[in-house]
Design a binder for this molecule. Structure first.
Ligand code: SF4
Length: 364
């Protein structure tokens, strides 16, 4: 049996990924049982609090302003709107709310203050609060922690090598720097990636090396299957097969035994049987709601029917770590520093991103 290790190599991870499937499933399910209740799955709700108009060029993302997609953008939601959505999510079985804003990085000021208030509000509803807001400084991470943030999501997306083929507006090292800033607080780390972007198995293993050698390992790892959206540079990518997804989930479970492995984007393409195999292989979280930021997701009733069929129950919040306390804005020890950090801007060009951008211009 593989023990928890923080020094997995690409070769070792590839060997696990390519094991005969029944052996891989057996090993992953055994690791899963040793570290988690195999009959509970966490239901999280992803809420896009600020949609579209993003200046970045992530090749998979319909929210990048430079591509021609049918996303309707919106300004930052109000705290009241977010509270109403969180209450609805809680009533339908979610124990965690993840708020996403299509920003390159967090900027100090009124909008960040509003997000901090959203964090306070949801934490007071006794739900785990996660945010995904782009790159983050240490002071901003501390302010989020003080407001009661439970987790910060910042995906590595792929291997360091393949990252350069998908995104040119920031570097892989910026991702690691943000994760490191989060680690200077009590906020847990959520970081994973996407398969089906044209990467090789070596890249998949490379991403798992990067994640599993973080010390401590991320408490949460979302595994997404690309949803190819028209107008994005990756619009023509073929969907990944369920077998690739199952292998990826099982390998993630084995190399990061204590992590919550999250079955994320791409679930609409999976059958009930496929999802059941993923749960057996160690996935223990799903995102609920009819949309995942902007892409389709199964209906919450379908999810509950599947849970009933499989005898799964929903996980309560704060199972892995105590609920953080919320400090009110007026009692905060941290100030708005008005920081303007210099995050990297790599110089390289990605041909398919450039052609998608040119095509979008010609359609305007
Ligand atoms: S993934 Fe995030 S950073 Fe990248 S374009 Fe989309 S919203 Fe912007």
């Amino acid at each position: 049996m593989a023990a928890a290790s923080h020094n997995w190599t690409q070769k070792e991870i590839l060997a696990i990924y390519n094991k005969p499937l029944m052996e891989l499933l057996y090993e992953a399910a055994t690791v899963h049982r040793l570290h988690h209740n195999p009959n509970t799955v966490q239901v999280s709700t992803l809420l896009s609090v600020k949609t579209g108009g993003c200046p970045e060029d992530c090749g998979y993302c319909p929210q990048a302003a430079r591509y021609h997609t049918k996303i309707e953008g919106n300004d930052l939601m109000s705290v009241t709107q977010v509270k109403a959505q969180a209450l609805r999510a809680k009533a339908s079985g979610s124990s965690r709310v993840c708020m996403g804003a299509a920003w390159r990085n967090v900027k100090d000021g009124a909008e960040f203050d509003q997000v901090l208030e959203m964090v306070r509000t949801i934490n007071k509803l006794d739900m785990e609060v996660c945010c995904t807001l782009g790159m983050l400084t240490e002071n901003q991470a501390k302010r989020l922690a003080e407001a009661g943030l439970y987790a910060y999501n910042h995906n590595l997306d792929s291997s360091e090598d393949y990252y350069k083929e998908v995104i040119s507006t920031r570097g892989f090292e910026d991702r690691l720097k943000t994760i490191n800033n989060v680690r200077k607080t009590n906020v847990t780390v959520c970081s994973g990636g996407i398969i089906g972007m044209g990467e090789t198995e070596d890249d998949r293993a490379g991403m798992l090396v990067a994640l599993s050698t973080l010390n401590p390992q991320p408490e949460s790892v979302p595994i997404n299957a690309l949803v190819a959206v028209k107008g994005t540079p990756l619009e023509d990518q073929k969907p990944v097969s369920i077998w690739e997804m199952v292998r990826m989930v099982a390998t993630t479970r084995i190399v990061m035994p204590e992590t919550q492995v999250r079955l994320s984007a791409g679930r609409t393409q999976m059958s009930q049987e496929g999802q059941a195999l993923c749960f057996f292989a160690g996935a223990n979280s799903i995102f609920a709601g009819d949309k995942l930021l902007t892409t389709p997701n199964p209906d919450v009733n379908e999810d509950m029917e599947l849970f009933k069929l499989l005898g799964l129950t929903t996980q309560k919040p704060f199972i892995k770590k105590m609920q953080p306390e919320t400090v009110e804005a007026e009692d905060s020890q941290f100030q708005d520093l008005g920081e303007k950090p210099k995050w990297s801007r790599p110089e390289h060009t990605i041909e398919r991103n450039e052609s998608a951008k040119e095509k979008a211009k010609s359609l305007k």
